[in-house]
Design a protein around this ligand. Structure first.
Ligand SMILES: NC(=O)c1ccc[n+]([C@@H]2O[C@H](COP(=O)([O-])OP(=O)(O)OC[C@H]3O[C@@H](n4cnc5c(N)ncnc54)[C@H](O)[C@@H]3O)[C@@H](O)[C@H]2O)c1
Length: 278
């Protein structure tokens, strides 16, 4: 028995990286998956991988910056598989880069359309379908860049922070309909989004990512797929309005280091005060 038996899921950005890993995982757990992406070859390959993993899947080309494309993706799920239980608003990119003076208004708007407005549109058209069947799970990909500054370009960071609060806001509205709304904040995941931008490619990116957080390996798409699976399944039926951080400890805080560079998790010299005195 699969953890997503009889569920129907729409996943955007599922031709690559986190979305692809999630589609394959969902299919393996019994879900029927509608894959939406700009990348047609990658989308068709994702369908094949879902089927090889024992699930049902179809691909539909979709630009998440276009309202009509997202609406059509949800309609496809209902037409093809009869209903919509889960939507994973995940498609994304680095977006506008540069200093605050360099970023153009056009590039800012385009970034927001893909990273933020698309999440709103996905929620907008998913909610009535989920209400019709008595509930559902809306999952969106935010980022650790939405939790603090300095972890992504300006527009990216702003969009991801907004996804986190949109998640909370909508969760309050639709909880009564048994629709859960959550997002995931990944840390550094070794996908094309990162390794196509960093010098040195996938191997070098893996090495770099293995050093930036307490758990000494790069994040993998499956790390996020596992969280998405939990949020899509009935195991999370009392979980809503959350921003689930999956980052190998990146945002847990900064450890104190001793002179040899080893993390020093206790205060040098020990604790003092009445409770510690013999
Ligand atoms: N990789 C990381 O370290 C990391 C960290 C935090 C958050 N994220 C987020 O995870 C999500 C997935 O990214 P990924 O790392 O798997 O990257 P990825 O590049 O492997 O996959 C992104 C997918 O989105 C698709 N896409 C981009 N623009 C689109 C559009 N307008 N319409 C439809 N599809 C579009 C791409 O074709 C691609 O298949 C993104 O929202 C990203 O911001 C990634």
């Amino acid at each position: 028995m699969g953890r997503l038996d009889n569920k129907v899921a729409v996943i955007t950005g599922a031709a690559s990286g986190i979305g692809l890993a999630t589609a394959v995982r969902f299919a393996g757990e019994g879900a029927a998956v509608v894959i939406g992406d700009l990348n047609e070859d990658g989308g068709q390959s994702a369908v094949r991988q879902c089927r090889e993993n024992g699930g049902r899947a179809v691909f539909q080309r979709c630009d998440v910056a276009a309202e009509a494309d997202i609406k059509a993706l949800i309609e496809r799920a209902v037409k093809e598989f009869g209903k919509l239980d889960v939507i994973f608003n995940n498609a994304g990119l680095g977006g506008a880069v540069g200093t605050i003076e360099e970023v153009t208004v056009e590039n800012w708007d385009r970034t927001m359309a893909i990273l933020l407005r698309a999440v709103f549109v996905g929620m907008k058209y998913a909610v009535p379908e989920m209400r019709r069947i008595g509930g559902g799970s809306i999952i969106s990909t935010a980022s650790v860049a939405g939790l603090s500054g300095g972890r992504g370009p300006h527009a990216y960071s702003a969009a991801k922070a907004a996804v986190i609060n949109l998640t909370r806001s909508v969760a309050l509205e639709v909880g009564k309909d048994r629709i859960r709304v959550n997002c995931i904040c990944p840390g550094g995941i070794n996908t094309p989004l990162l390794y196509n931008r960093l010098p040195g490619g996938q191997e070098t990116t893996a090495q770099f990512l293995s050093q930036i957080q307490p758990i000494p390996r790069a994040g993998l798409p499956d790390d996020i797929a596992n969280m998405a699976l939990f949020l899509a399944s009935d195991e999370s039926e009392w979980v809503t309005g959350t921003a689930m951080v999956v980052d190998g400890g990146l945002t847990a805080g900064a450890a104190l280091f001793d002179r040899a560079g080893a993390p020093q998790l206790t205060v040098p010299g020990g604790f003092s005060g009445p409770s510690f005195e013999k």
